[in-house]
Design a protein around this ligand. Structure first.
Ligand code: SF4
Ligand code: SF4
Length: 130
């Protein structure tokens, strides 16, 4: 999922950009469901005002519950430059989605989202550490 491009830099300027920074497809494809316990009014960190109730125990990010899907806190243009406005407080599915996308390795869900938005698929194997 896209990073917070407003966050202080933690890497040298020469560090390569994550493919997620020019993508955002997953944030505009899937319903982002998570447990209500992640909401800040239930002791979690996801701003409750940015979510909507799905069931008595599940919530989803606003904008992802019905087509056309686009999370309300996704900033920028999909396929060009994007960021998540609540990156530090995003729900668990966003933290867990596409775990290797940032290093250029897509999985099925990541690449399905990219395909739906007309973006090239991310490649496969990452070279092992030596
Ligand atoms: S679809 Fe994949 S590459 Fe695009 S933002 Fe999501 S995880 Fe990153
Ligand atoms: S909260 Fe952020 S990372 Fe999660 S779907 Fe919305 S824009 Fe994407």
């Amino acid at each position: 999922m896209p990073p917070d491009m407003d966050a202080p830099e933690t890497a040298p300027r020469s560090a390569p950009l994550s493919p997620c920074q020019s993508c955002g497809a997953c944030c505009a494809t899937y319903r982002v469901n998570f447990c209500c316990d992640e909401l800040d009014d239930r002791g979690g960190s996801v701003p409750a005002g940015l979510a909507e109730q799905v069931t008595s125990v599940m919530a989803c990010m606003r904008g992802t519950g019905a087509a056309p899907v686009r999370c309300v806190v996704l900033r920028g243009e999909i396929g060009r430059a994007v960021s998540c406005a609540i990156y530090e407080f995003r729900p668990s599915p966003c933290r867990e989605f596409g775990p290797l996308a940032a290093v250029g390795q897509g999985d099925d869900a990541c690449n399905d989202a990219r395909r739906r938005h007309g973006l090239p698929l991310l490649g496969g194997a990452v070279a092992p550490c030596r």
